[in-house]
Structures are given as C-alpha cells and as structure tokens.
Design a protein around this ligand. Structure first.
Ligand code: GLN
Length: 462
C-alpha cells in the first residue's frame, strides 16, 4: 500500500466517524496528504515508520499545528517547534494526521474533562475511552491512525489503551524526552505509544526512546532491542496479592480476565510467583499529592501575561491573574492547583507533600523487593471496564480511585505496558498491565507480545 492510500483511508475514517467520536482536536489533512505523496516519491522506504500515520496527543508540540493540551487557556496557541519525540517520528518517516483530545493538561481518567468536549469510545459510544490520552486511543481504535503518541503521568497511556482494546507503553521515567511536551507533573510525565499490537508499540518506542540533550532528565541508558519470544520458559512473573484484591474495587470480570492471562502465561512456560506490594493502598493518596503539588508549580506559568488567555480590562495586576486563570482553566484543574498549593504551603508541606514523598519511596521499595523473586509483574490496568459517559464525572474521588493500579509504577518510575486480554461479559475490552524493572522495557514488550497473541492468535506479527 502507498502512504497516500493509507492516509486517505485514515482521513475517510475520520470523516465518517470523528463527528461522533471526537478523537481529534485538529486534523491536518492537507499536511498529511502532502507528506504522504512526498514519501511515496522517495525510492528509499527503509525508514522504520515509512508512511505510517500517527496521531499526536495535544499536549505534544507539532510545529504548524495548534496546541491546546485540552485547555481553553491555550486556545489559539501555535507552538514554534516540534517536540523531540515528534522530530524523531518525522525523521523515521511517519505521517502526522493531527492532534488528539485529552483531559485538560492531562488531569483526568476519561477525557470528559477536556475543555473542548468529551471523546467517545469507538467500541461502544455510550462509554468513555479512558483518559487522559482518550483521543489518541480512540483514534487508533477507530482506524483513524496506525498508532498514536500519548503521555502518561499516572496511567494516561495504559488506561485508555486498555479501555479501547489496544496496547500502550509508559516507558521508564527518563527514557523518552519530554522536551516540547506540556508539563503536568514533571517527576512523573512520560511520552509513549499506543497501537493495536505490542509489536507496533515497540516499533514506535524504538524511534522515540533515548537521550535528548534538550531534556536533562532523559538518560543515556542503552535502549536494548526486543527479542521476540515463542514461549516464556523460565520466566518468573510476579502477581501482587494487592492487585487482585477486592479491596481495591476490582471488578469480577477483570479479575477473571487476569486469571485467564496467568493461565495463558503458565501454559507458555512462565512460572507465576505470588508477591506483595504492601503500600499499594497508599498509592492514590501519594500520587494525588505529588502530582497536584508539581502541577500547581508547572501551571503557574499560565498567568495571562507570559502564557495563555488574558482576561479583558483588568483593573489591577491581581485582577488580571485571577480573572485570566479563573475564566480559562477548568474546575478540575483549579481544584488540583488548590490542592497542590495547599500541600506545598508553609506549615503543611511536612504533613502532606513531604509525607507523600516518603510514601513514594516506600512504594518504589515494594517493587525493588518484588524484583528479588520475579522478572516482571502482571496485574490489571484498571480495576473496572470502561464506564458510561457521565457516570463518574461529578465525583472527583471516584475518578481518582480508578487509577489504583497505574499510579504505583508511575511513582516508582517503572516501565509498564497495557496489553489486551479479551473482553468482559458485556464485550468491553479488558487490559492487563505488565510492570518491568527500570529500563527493562524489552522484557515487558516481549512478554506482552506473547500474551496478546495468546488471546488473539490471528494477530499479524509484522
Ligand atoms: N488520571 C490521572 C490523573 O488524573 C493520570 C493522568 C495522567 O496520567 N496524565 O492525574
């Protein structure tokens, strides 16, 4: 197939379905067509992503395409350059189709908290696609793009991938450059791919991973190639008791799918090892303090002067700040700025922010302990299948609790991969989460590939 034919197929899907799904905030049809025909004219097609369409989450800068990060605050903003990850995709021959919808600044788990309206799950339009990279997941699930970039601070790649029946990788913290990515919580944010198969995810990952001098937190730890496996003989897969406990609100169908996943892995030679991550139940509290504290600092730049919308005719400087921020930032974003500012404020910093940092260390230590007896961990991505639009949007805490299993690896900086493992009794997709040692993406990708193909033997391996 030519790049042009592939791009036209994606654009037709967008024309046919995106009115209802709303995966995209911006579609660059002309840019994609021009790029495709330029690629088709090249004799050399050996670039790793030659002619493949990729949708980019709207908190990642693409030169010449508007960027909002899902916020009215940034409406009309045109980034002056490509994010490093975008430059790398282009150098690898990818075609960028557009920018995808997201919860405002990445704050949410359903994409209902976008300043520009919700995205719907293409597999069941009454349901959410997950979030915050819900637009990226929906675009791939609806065949509007071959793959997508998302960002993940506490689950935002893994959970929408799981909700839309896709694979999605949050790399190790420091593995992928954050340069040109709108900051939410800088000690947690990572960019990663979503795609139909683990192998496709691995292809995009190989292109974006690696040291970038523009991001001081990116590392030059070597990126090892994935060795694809036919079986898992000798591999030790840990299962944390806390990840299958009803106490975390685990849905019975999700639990049943995890047991099916473990059976499939055992059949292929893996040894299942019970482990414990005793601080799991404190992960949400620690995450929602650390993430909001960092967000309150990062979002202070949107003051109506240096960045963002400016309220008309303010009488004082304070009024300018207050009205610009109160008018242009959504309620959830304001709630988190307040929470984070409080957690950092003099007198409360020790009781909240510092304590959360200590809990974060304990959570990381739990994983280190687990690596004594296993090579990777398997558990659920989300405690529940995709819920209905509107079901949790008025209850912030109910929404936060949905991140119970994804925020732990984020706090510990570990790589984690969502892998589709079939559907529940209502035919809604369920995703397992594979968690790896730091910088060992190769193992979770190899195991994820075996796991995905166990549930879908017809899957192409290209
Ligand atoms: N749902 C989590 C939050 O709202 C994680 C979001 C993300 O990873 N960007 O913070």
């Amino acid at each position: 197939m030519t790049a042009t034919a592939h791009v036209e197929a994606c654009l037709s899907r967008i024309a046919a379905r995106d009115g209802e799904i709303a995966a995209f905030l911006h579609v660059d049809a002309e840019g994609a067509r021009a790029r495709a025909s330029a690629l088709d004219a090249q004799p050399d097609r050996s670039a790793p992503l030659h002619g493949l369409t990729i949708a980019v989450k709207d908190n990642i800068a693409v030169a010449g395409q508007p960027l909002t990060a899902g916020s009215r605050m940034l409406a009309g903003y045109m980034p002056p350059r490509d994010a490093t990850v975008v430059a790398r995709l282009l150098a690898a021959g990818a075609v960028l189709v557009g920018k995808t919808n997201m919860d405002e600044f990445g704050m949410g788990s359903s994409t209902e908290l976008s300043g520009f309206g919700p995205t719907r799950n293409p597999l069941d339009v009454t349901r959410v696609p997950g979030g915050s990279s819900g637009g990226s997941a929906a675009a791939v699930a609806a065949d509007m793009a071959w793959a997508a970039l998302g960002t993940d601070t506490g689950g935002s790649i893994r959970q929408p991938a799981a909700f839309c029946g896709l694979a999605g990788l949050k790399p190790t913290y420091g593995r992928v450059s954050r340069s040109g990515v709108v900051a939410y919580a800088s000690s947690l944010d990572q960019v990663g791919p979503l795609a139909r198969t683990v192998r496709h995810v691995a292809r995009v990952y190989a292109v974006i991973a690696g040291r970038d001098p523009l991001d001081a937190t990116s590392t030059d730890e070597p990126v090892s190639a994935v060795t694809w496996r036919a079986d898992l003989a000798g591999l030790r897969i840990g299962v944390a008791r806390e990840h299958l406990a009803a106490a975390e609100g685990l849905d019975a169908d999700v639990k049943q799918r995890m047991e099916a996943a473990l059976d499939a892995l055992r059949t292929r030679g893996a040894v299942i090892v019970p482990v414990s991550l005793p601080h799991t139940r404190h992960a949400i509290a620690a995450y929602y303090l650390v993430a909001t504290a960092e967000a309150s600092a990062n979002l202070s730049r949107y003051d109506g002067l240096r960045y963002g919308q400016r309220a008309p005719n303010p009488q004082t400087l304070d009024a300018l700040y207050t009205h610009s921020r109160a008018d242009a930032l959504g309620k959830e974003v304001q709630r988190r700025i307040l929470l984070g500012t409080f957690a950092l404020s003099a007198g409360f910093q020790d009781a909240f922010y510092q304590k959360a940092c200590r809990v974060r260390r304990k959570i990381a230590d739990d994983f280190t302990q687990a690596w004594q007896s296993c090579d990777l961990l398997l558990g659920p991505t989300s405690p529940v299948p995709p819920w209905r639009l509107g079901e949790k949007v008025a209850d912030p805490l109910a929404m936060y609790l949905m991140d119970a299993f994804t925020v732990g690896p984020s706090l510990a900086g570990l790589p984690a991969l969502a892998v589709p493992v079939g559907v529940d009794s209502q035919r809604l997709p369920i995703g397992a989460q594979l968690i790896g040692r730091a910088f060992d993406e190769a193992t979770i990708l190899a195991v994820g590939d075996v796991l995905q193909r166990a549930f879908d033997p017809t899957l192409e391996v290209a």
